[in-house]
Design a protein. Structure first.
Length: 389
């Protein structure tokens, strides 16, 4: 018990401490080579520091003017103009060691930086794409090497994220080129097997179409999950006025579909002797049937402002039909009650008397009441209702 209460011990990691000291002079790629030997001792590190005492700082840092190895790698990938400066500063060797040790890429040479950059771009993009897939990758990718270690995969993803945020135009060109080169859009990959990152442009388009199919099948929670994950992807944000609008429509369709399902379930369970007053109460209740009308109007308003036709037309037409059907069922139930009971019982207000009371309760009369006949829905302006018109 005394040992347990004493707490945990701190054991310094020699290589980690040595890295922090040596990093003041060298880049991580060079340090990885220095500290690679398994039997490295404290005296070896001291001797190593003594040998490098008179040397300058990392040439790679001087050439690219950054101490961030992720940013340095991304800068070199994005702009071929850095090649000349790297050669002038004698930093090519450090760059080679950096991509070898941190990314696991071994196709870069001092004599062919341009060709090595193109191979490294394929390596980065296809590594992320392959890792994100939920199925076997296309056969065309078998010839492209990929990082074998978790740390290497994380480094590659950080470089791509840096490119997506700081070098957007370059990343767009890179991704489109590799997608076309390997024919990924025509590789027959099912949209449900695509991951959450959308490395390439075709992925966002395929998942959007898949989201429309999921909506048409009535799986609104799954559709909303797709919207949450993919509406923030690089390609959806790149063309905000068009691609983001398509995802907004999907989100509204998922919300509307959820409310329609609730209304349909309530109508199915509604007792045969339910009165018109019961229907109105269900409509105006918190979270009641009015939510369906509200979301329906939001959807139609968003569609009217779109520059392009929605790509989820099938699910859109199905939900429009479901909304209309729910409204018709509610109207017919109301008409049956009106025919059965033409006069209101003592103490119970007529429908026309309910309108001012609903107005006083804060209900917007411009919202159509699903329980009322089509000719009596509350579309009248506030002043007309109060004047009894």
């Amino acid at each position: 018990m005394e040992c347990e209460k004493a707490g945990t011990t701190w054991e310094p990691q020699m290589k980690r401490l040595a890295r922090n000291v040596i990093r003041e002079r060298f880049s991580d790629g060079v340090i990885d080579d220095m500290l690679a030997p398994v039997g490295l001792t404290y005296h070896d590190v001291v001797a190593l520091l003594a040998e490098t005492e008179g040397r300058n700082r990392s040439r790679l840092e001087l050439a690219l003017e950054t101490t961030d190895i992720v940013a340095a790698t991304a800068m070199w990938v994005a702009d071929a103009a850095h090649d000349k400066r790297l050669v002038e500063k004698g930093a090519v060797g450090e760059l080679i060691k950096l991509v070898e040790n941190r990314a696991g890429f071994r196709g870069l040479t001092e004599s062919e930086l341009a060709g090595g950059r193109q191979r490294f771009i394929r390596y980065l993009l296809l590594s992320e794409f392959r890792e994100d897939l939920r199925c076997e990758p296309p056969a065309a990718l078998a010839m492209i090497p990929h990082p074998s270690l978790k740390d290497q995969r994380e480094f590659c993803r950080k470089v791509l994220d840096h490119l997506r945020t700081r070098h957007m135009a370059t990343f767009q060109t890179m991704a489109d080129t590799v997608e076309t080169e390997f024919g990924l859009a025509e590789a027959g990959i099912q949209a449900r097997n695509l991951g959450s990152i959308d490395t390439f442009r075709f992925e966002e388009k395929a998942v959007l179409y898949h989201c429309g199919e999921v909506l048409a099948d009535g799986d609104y929670s799954a559709a909303r999950s797709l919207v949450t994950v993919h509406s923030g992807s690089f390609w959806a944000r790149l063309d905000f006025s068009r691609r983001q609008a398509q995802w907004e429509v999907c989100d509204l369709l998922a919300s509307l579909g959820t409310e329609v399902a609730k209304v349909e379930a309530d109508l199915a369970k509604l007792p045969a002797n339910a009165t018109s007053r019961d229907l109105v109460k269900r409509y105006v209740a918190e979270g009641g049937w009015h939510r369906m009308d509200l979301l329906h109007r939001r959807l139609e308003g968003r569609l009217a402002r779109m520059e392009e036709e929605p790509e989820t037309e099938k699910s859109l037409n199905l939900l429009r039909a479901k909304v209309e059907n729910a409204q018709v069922v509610g109207r017919d139930r109301h008409l049956v009650q009106r025919l059965r009971r033409p006069k209101a019982p003592a103490g119970q207000p007529l429908h026309c008397e309910l309108v001012p009371k609903l107005l006083d309760s804060g209900l917007d009369v411009r919202t159509s009441v699903v329980a009322a006949p089509h000719s009596q829905r509350l579309h009248a302006p506030r002043q007309n209702c109060r004047q009894g018109k």
